[in-house]
Design a protein. Structure first.
Ligand SMILES: Cc1cc2nc3c(=O)[nH]c(=O)nc-3n(C[C@H](O)[C@H](O)[C@H](O)COP(=O)(O)O)c2cc1C
Length: 170
């Protein structure tokens, strides 16, 4: 898929074929895409917790009701910020770019994915940190569900709005 076409046609996928899972190779490709993201001073202050055990996936719905479809997806990737590795406060930014790469790579591979927000919700961050046994300096930023879409991906949304573009001054 052409890169521009991929960017313009990506949509969130929330229903998955529950009997199927992404392959190990697909998972590796998604993580490769994530780690290829730009980062401040190239510090790459991220790590990834892959959740693929049904009993752990099952727990997600109680701590993040808007990510309940993680179980059906079969795989969830928690994007984490490694605060100690970060250049200044960019741990708040860099891992999110890695996450966007996962969404686009998943779409390019014909998989479905959905971003489920964790940061900056403190309570949610704490519950995920506990569930995943994260070290103190590692913060959960987002959870991305990945699986085989149950239906064709939604129609592309036309969002270009020239009123949001300013040249040289507002
Ligand atoms: C920071 C953030 C948090 C989000 N949290 C959730 C979520 O908890 N559950 C969910 O189903 N979708 C979540 N989404 C997905 C958005 O609802 C979705 O991207 C938006 O409606 C645009 O639709 P599209 O991704 O199909 O283009 C989140 C997206 C972002 C960027």
């Amino acid at each position: 898929m052409d890169l521009m076409q991929g960017i313009l046609t990506r949509r969130s996928v929330r229903s998955y074929r529950a009997q199927e899972k992404i392959s190990k190779q697909e998972l590796t490709d998604l993580l490769k895409a994530a780690m290829q993201a730009p980062s401040a001073m190239n510090k790459q202050p991220w790590s990834f917790v892959v959740i693929d055990k049904p009993d752990v996936l099952d727990k997600i719905q109680s701590i993040h009701p808007y990510a309940a479809f993680a179980k059906e997806a079969g795989t969830a990737i928690v994007i984490c910020a490694n605060r100690a590795d970060s250049y200044e406060e960019y741990w708040k930014v860099d891992p999110l770019l890695a996450g966007q790469n996962i969404l686009l790579a998943a779409h390019g591979l014909g998989l479905g994915a959905c971003w489920c927000g964790v940061y900056p919700d403190e309570a949610r961050m704490q519950t995920f940190a506990k569930l995943l046994n994260l070290p103190q300096n590692v913060l959960p930023m987002a959870l991305i569900t990945v699986g085989i879409p149950a239906h064709p991906v939604g129609a592309p949304a036309e969002r270009y709005d020239s009123k949001k573009v300013h040249f040289n001054q507002w």
